[in-house]
Write a protein that binds this ligand. Sequence first.
Ligand code: NG6
Ligand code: CA
Length: 506
Amino acid sequence: MKKTGREVLTGSALAALAALQPLNSQTPDKPNIIIIYADDLGYGDVSCYGSSTIKTPNIDRLAARGLRFTNAHCTSATSTPSRYSLLTGEYAWRRPGTGILPGDASAIILPGRHTMPSVLKSAGYTTAIVGKWHLGLGPQGGPDWNGTITSGPADIGFDYSFFIPATGDRVPCVFIENRHVVGLDPADPIRVDYNNKTGDWPTGRENPELLKMHPSHGHDMTIVNGISRIGYMTGGKSALWTDEDIADVITGKAVSFIENNKDHPFFLYFATHDIHVPRVPHPRFAGKSGMGPRGDAILEFDWSVGEIVKTVERLNLNDNTLIIVTSDNGPVVDDGYRDQAVELLGSHKPAGPLRGGKYSAFDGGTRVVFIANWNGKIKKGVSDALFSQIDLMASFCRLAGADLPKGSAPDSRNNLNVLLGESSAGRDWVVEHSANGRLSIIKGDWKYIEPGPGVKVMANTNTETGNDPLPQLYNLRTDIGEKNNVASENQPVVKELTDLLNKLKK
Ligand code: NG6
Ligand code: CA
């Protein structure tokens, strides 16, 4: 067996080396960065943001020792555009084709582009994504599920990847590790089709008697693990995931990545499947929240956060690791499955005091839980600074001592001092983007929502969209629930914000 450099050193040689090196050989000026990115977690879904109906002790503990932001925003009210903006530093609304993607979509972040992981990689970090991708794979025409998957995380700066291609409710229901579907039997190739049924696997529409969880709207195509999905698939039987185990599997991969990289700077983007539909938490969480699978999935998410934090502490990395917990968009109660989320909600308020939720232009869509923790570096407390996930790329670059490559991350600004709690002067303005493409802008106390067509309440999810043919203006300081449209009384503010938004669009 070939010996590594470390193995051939013995006895006194090792002692001499140990005397020369600090115990932890991590570079102090390049702290590890971990983003824990929840899916559809609401501003009111965790106890440290005021919920008394659910207990999230691990998240609360991180917040109690770190900085809890009350006015931090993702960029869009749905997954794909929020993730696109997070990883590229460019608002998704500048790029057509960055809405919620089907599971067979081709890549929307093309190989060679400067991204959050690629700039950190150039700065000496080892980078990983574990969890949900949802940014398309492969060249035009989509990925080769049965061969080598190109134009994926590995091509935009991630050294390691273990991921769900799109969402839990979209086929194919398989994990990908780096460039290959995990556990695939070549004799049983995967076929995916989003328009027509492929193969003979039963569907929720034709065989509802086979379902353990029924759709409430949509989600009636191929059945995998007793749950019908969006899209059709066949093949890959040995590779199919078990929904109940997704959190365990991906949390385990995230923990291993941290362990394997404890001796040099790393960046981990841990994008959990919780609490997106289908909500099928492990049996040890099932029934524990009293709120049905949606509440149980929050407990499971909290457990995942705890496992990551414990790992960082066990490896003595907490003085040198920035941990962020946030979400890709706001909450939704019924997102397409009859999982009792509506019936068992009780007095729980997923968006807390905010109006609307996932999909909407109201703040419930985009003002999110955001906690930053770095032992000994970030002072504990609460920050009311206006902050946006769009700034993480430039801020991380600064943290890593790297320069943003020319032309990259056009919308990202270095706001590291705000992230670390050294300044409470947040952004001047933040732009929010709803599922139907409407933009809003927050500046100071004011929030302006562009006028335009569209339903006011989504039929199936019951979400208040924020659509209105008239301009809307709210004073968030006095009216965080966006109840009183004061646009007509404040025409100069409406004009100022309309002009600013138009300028930003260019
Ligand atoms: C919607 C799905 C919803 C969810 C969402 C994406 C239907 C009826 N609804 O189209 O269930 O999958 O897309 O969510 O299909 S996101 O958080 O990934 O953006
Ligand atoms: Ca989401």
